[in-house]
Design a binder for this molecule. Structure first.
Ligand code: BV8
Ligand code: ZN
Length: 250
């Protein structure tokens, strides 16, 4: 990695008054979670964007729910990696929340709880823009439950009878406005946005780092390859998150 880029990135981290971090599937790749765009993301020849839509859920609920059951079973064997941990330690040390994720795998939350130990984990708990696959919610009345294994009959809501589905934001569904507003305010007020392991093509998440830049802040990107956001980055660090983040943040 180019020394000058590295020194600049560490200076920006050291001098930042307020930091926001936006993560994507790439930060969980080293934990064995398939990303969306890499080959491992495919399931039974479906592309994620085909299955993660309200239309698919209505058209073929069993297939969509089986996909999420498959992802849940894989996730149950995954642990946070050095990248998740370095970000958790970073925000715990700063004592100020700033972590925003597109991931629904819950690994940032695990890392926060493990790194915090007996201390309050709050500064390291992520804003989950797209929800969490570890929860269910009703497709009709928004009631929420912890996720349950998929049975033979489709899961139904006891109060309104509608379909129980994973508590994630599907493509074409709007994000929770309160969640999005909290993330937007963090990004706008930050003078440094760390963008880790995202191809930055899904909106409105991909607009958050630009909000930091528009308010005079800097973007430092951590990714194994260039992305739609590299142009806008002050520094682009090429490497795996599990290697780069501990070296950059500890
Ligand atoms: C909405 C939950 C109102 C479900 C997800 C404006 C312009 C264009 C399109 C739109 C727009 N506004 C809205 C849209 C439509 C759409 C969208 O953005 N489509 C894209 C595909 C063009 N957005 C929506 O539908 C959003 N809703 O806007 O509602 C509305 C509605 C309709 C029309 C207009 C407005 C809802 C978006 C949320 C969808 N749900 N997830 C589930 O998980 O099943 S999105 C899902 O995909 C993820 O959460 C994540 O956001 C995205 C995947 O992206 P990444 O995480 O970046 O992963 P990817 O595989 O792409 O890249 C991995 C990266 O990591 C790579 O760069 C790779 O190089 C790197 N990497 C790999 N290994 C490592 C690494 N980096 C470091 N270390 C490593 N080891
Ligand atoms: Zn209901």
């Amino acid at each position: 990695m180019e020394q000058g880029q590295w020194r600049e990135a560490r200076r920006l981290v050291r001098e930042a008054r307020r930091v926001v971090a936006l993560t994507g599937a790439g930060i969980s790749a080293e934990s064995g979670v398939p990303t969306f765009r890499d080959a491992g993301g495919l399931w039974r020849s479906y592309r994620p964007e085909e299955l993660a839509t309200p239309e698919a859920l209505i058209r073929d609920p069993r297939t969509v729910l089986e996909w999420y059951a498959w992802r849940r079973s894989r996730l149950s064997r995954c642990r946070p990696n050095a990248g998740h941990r370095a970000l958790a330690r970073f925000f715990l040390k700063r004592g100020e929340a700033g972590l925003v994720t597109q991931n629904v795998d819950g690994l940032h939350t695990h890392a926060a709880l493990e790194e915090a130990g007996d201390a309050p984990p709050d500064p390291a708990l992520p804003i989950e823009l797209h929800g969490a696959v570890g929860r269910d919610r009703c497709n009709g009345c928004e009631t929420r439950w912890p996720a349950e294994p998929l049975a033979d009959s489709l899961p139904r809501c006891a109060s309104c009878g509608d379909l129980r589905r994973p508590d994630v934001v599907l493509f074409g569904e709007t994000l929770d406005p309160e969640v999005l507003e909290r993330a937007r305010l963090l990004a706008e007020r930050a003078d440094l946005c760390l963008v880790v392991g995202t191809s930055a093509v899904v909106y409105p998440a991909a607009a958050l780092p630009l909000a930091t830049r528009e308010s005079g802040g800097h973007i430092v990107e951590v990714n194994v390859r260039s992305t739609a956001l590299t142009e806008a980055a002050t520094v682009a660090l090429r490497g795996e998150a599990g290697t780069v983040l501990p070296a950059l943040l500890d």
